[in-house]
Design a protein around this ligand. Structure first.
Ligand code: AP5
Length: 214
């Protein structure tokens, strides 16, 4: 059974690869960033709180995020496994995740850590466009839908995420280095941490992801 966490800096391709892995294993893709963006779009109190942190490139409080993930992993579809993208992001979140999975007797099977050169990260984030209706991601360098501004799956409008603005990207990178990178030490020695070279094409990265999990 696949109970996999993906960690890596902003733009590392976590969402892109998580979707592919979720399809491969037939388990849900659980993205805390997507869940927060849905709350913002729905105008809920969580969304109001999330918007302030996200627009500033800062992390939401651990207790809020742990509560959201705990509830999500109790949904019936997650009983078969899950691909967690964007959680945990702090050591406190990692400890809470281990504790809640231990209570269910279902520990993580793998932690994938994506490593990507800084220049690639900046280029990927600056060119990312997302469909407002179905959430599909595109990149302007790929031509096609991103150049036309319309999704080729549902014809929804494509938009640029507010937190992909240059100054916010810099802040998110700093937050990753100070608060999330220490997770590498947390998972070192567990035997389930796998480093994946996240540079190159999406298919090339996915081949390395599958090899890392084999
Ligand atoms: P979140 O949405 O998780 O953002 P992130 O971690 O910064 O990651 P991104 O979504 O920017 O990048 P990604 O690695 O998924 O790359 P992607 O596949 O999209 O979080 C946003 C915010 O929410 C946080 O800043 C925080 O405020 C809050 N939050 C979320 N979780 C939290 C938590 N646990 N605790 C506290 N706060 C939390 O790819 C990027 C682009 O590159 C796309 O255009 C894609 O098409 C393209 N691309 C991908 N792979 C390739 C490739 N191989 N070659 C070329 N292009 C590629």
């Amino acid at each position: 059974m696949a109970r996999i966490v993906i960690i890596g800096p902003p733009g590392a391709g976590k969402g892109t690869q998580a979707k592919l892995l979720a399809k491969l294993h037939g388990v849900p893709h659980v993205s805390t960033g997507d869940m927060l963006r849905e709350a913002i779009a729905a105008g809920t109190p969580l969304g109001e709180e999330a918007r302030q942190y996200m627009d500033a490139g800062q992390l939401l409080p651990d207790d809020v995020m742990i509560g959201i993930v705990d509830a999500r992993l109790q949904a019936p579809d997650a009983a078969r496994g899950f691909i967690l993208d964007g959680f945990p992001r702090t050591v406190a979140q990692a400890e809470a995740l281990d504790a809640l999975l231990a209570r269910r007797g279902l520990p993580l099977t793998a932690v994938l850590r994506f490593v990507v050169p800084q220049d690639d990260l900046v280029r990927r984030l600056a060119g990312r466009r997302v469909c407002k209706d179905c959430g599909t991601m595109f990149h302007v360098d790929d031509g096609g839908p991103a150049a036309k501004g319309r999704c080729d799956r549902c014809d929804g409008l494509l938009y640029q995420r507010a937190d992909d603005e240059e100054a916010t990207v810099r802040r998110r990178m700093e937050v990753f280095e100070t608060q999330t990178a220490p997770l590498g030490r947390y998972y070192a020695g567990t035997g389930i941490l796998r480093d994946v070279d996240g540079s190159g094409t999406r298919d090339g990265v996915f081949a390395r992801v599958k090899a890392a999990l084999a």
